[in-house]
Design a protein around this ligand. Structure first.
Ligand code: 5AD
Ligand code: SF4
Length: 370
């Protein structure tokens, strides 16, 4: 009987792609995908550390998996391998290793390619493994042809981030910015085309940090067979000169931009270390609208330390002015190790909830009207 693997994914598109690539490696080794946890020989939980809420959900899910190891042991059946992988492994791995003895594998984002071998070892030698290395990801990780969707594929162009926004845990869990070589990106895009996939999304924490990003876009859009090309995420601080003109001219790049602004208050933007002002942001949006004539989406954080009514109203004002097609609105969550965790989290939970709701309601109206 072939062995079965189940991967539960929390978090962003990057994690979805990582889980897909990892599942592909297991399928290549003869595993089958399990429908649910109870059917699986290996259960991996691919996690997100961006907010405490995401971590808590994953922790309680991980806790709930204990029942499988207990039941299995009493029946004398073969052991299931349970793994905590991805961002939270890096953030809380040591703690989970101590606290949850039913978790056999802890593996950070840089070492995902090694997981199939680790799982074999865990079974064979009856050991636990923890790997929190920061090494460059092995290109082999992206090698499999398995895709979750028949018509749309995500291709990672870079991992990690070196911008160090003060609230953000990403540089600590995914590491500093690491680039994939353009030729490797192109090989992967071509592989997707060969699989019959015509829509490609390039992924990076901040795609603008990719040197000569427009050049990369131009190489990718020329690949025969591509019908639609997208990219996420763009940081307002370093949108490359000429990107909007390029988007406007291209017949392949979709006319949509995800451009998180996080806060409309210059004082808060400075504390967030975002590297732009509200005026810079609004100018950028203005030229995007004029040149590309496309749609926009964004991310917003409410309740950052010291956020006063005036700051919050400046954020609300940007939502009203720009009228995004979609806005992802988050309550500030202090992340240990991120610089802002040293600031007093002085906006009460009650006020965060209130501000969050005001923006959600506002955006709902805007999205409906659009
Ligand atoms: N608290 C709340 N939201 C956060 N984000 C990132 N870090 C935090 C945090 N500490 C949000 C930002 C980012 C999105 C992926 O998550 O809006 O753009
Ligand atoms: Fe993705 Fe960031 Fe969450 Fe990691 S911490 S899963 S990179 S959103």
């Amino acid at each position: 009987m072939p062995k079965k693997i189940y991967i539960r994914t929390f978090g962003c598109q990057m994690n979805v792609r990582d889980s897909e690539a990892l599942l592909g490696l297991f399928l290549e080794r003869g595993y089958q995908a399990a429908k649910d946890e109870s059917q699986a020989d290996i259960i991996l939980v691919n996690t997100c550390s961006v907010r405490a809420h995401a971590e808590n959900r994953a922790l309680s899910y991980l806790g709930s998996l204990k029942k499988f190891t207990e039941r299995r042991r009493t029946r004398g059946a073969k052991r299931k391998v349970i793994g905590l992988i991805g961002c939270m492994a890096k953030n809380l791995g040591e703690e989970v290793y101590q606290r949850m003895s039913h978790v056999d594998l802890i593996c950070g984002p840089a070492s995902l390619a090694k997981i199939p071998v680790y799982c074999d070892k865990i079974k064979k030698d009856n050991i636990r493994i923890i790997d929190l290395d920061d090494d460059l990801r092995d290109e082999e990780f992206y090698r499999s042809s398995f895709r979750l969707q028949p018509d749309h594929a995500q291709v990672v162009i870079s991992t990690g981030c070196s911008n160090h926004c003060s609230y953000c845990v990403v540089p600590f869990v995914r590491g500093e910015l690491r680039l994939r070589r353009p030729e490797d990106v192109i090989v992967e895009v071509k592989r997707n085309i060969d699989l019959g996939i015509k829509k490609i999304t390039l992924l990076g924490q901040n795609v603008n940090d990719y040197p000569n990003f427009i050049d990369l876009l131009s190489k990718v859009e020329k690949i025969a067979g591509i019908e639609e090309l997208n990219f996420i995420t763009s940081q307002p601080r370093n949108v490359p000169e000429g990107l909007f003109e390029f988007m406007a001219r291209s017949g392949k790049i979709s006319k949509h931009l995800h451009l998180p602004f996080q806060s409309g208050s210059n004082r808060i933007l400075k504390k967030m270390n975002r590297g732009y002002t509200r005026q810079n942001y609004l100018q950028l949006v203005d030229s995007y609208k004029k040149i590309v004539k496309g749609t926009l989406s964004t991310d917003v954080i409410v309740g950052f330390p010291t956020e006063a009514d005036k700051d919050f109203l400046a954020t609300k004002d940007i939502l009203e002015k720009v009228r995004f097609r979609k806005a992802y609105i988050f309550k500030y969550s202090p992340r240990p190790r991120a610089k802002s965790s040293k600031m007093v989290d002085d906006v009460s939970d009650e006020l965060k909830v209130k501000r969050h709701k005001i923006l959600l309601d506002l955006q709902k109206k805007i999205s409906l009207n659009k």
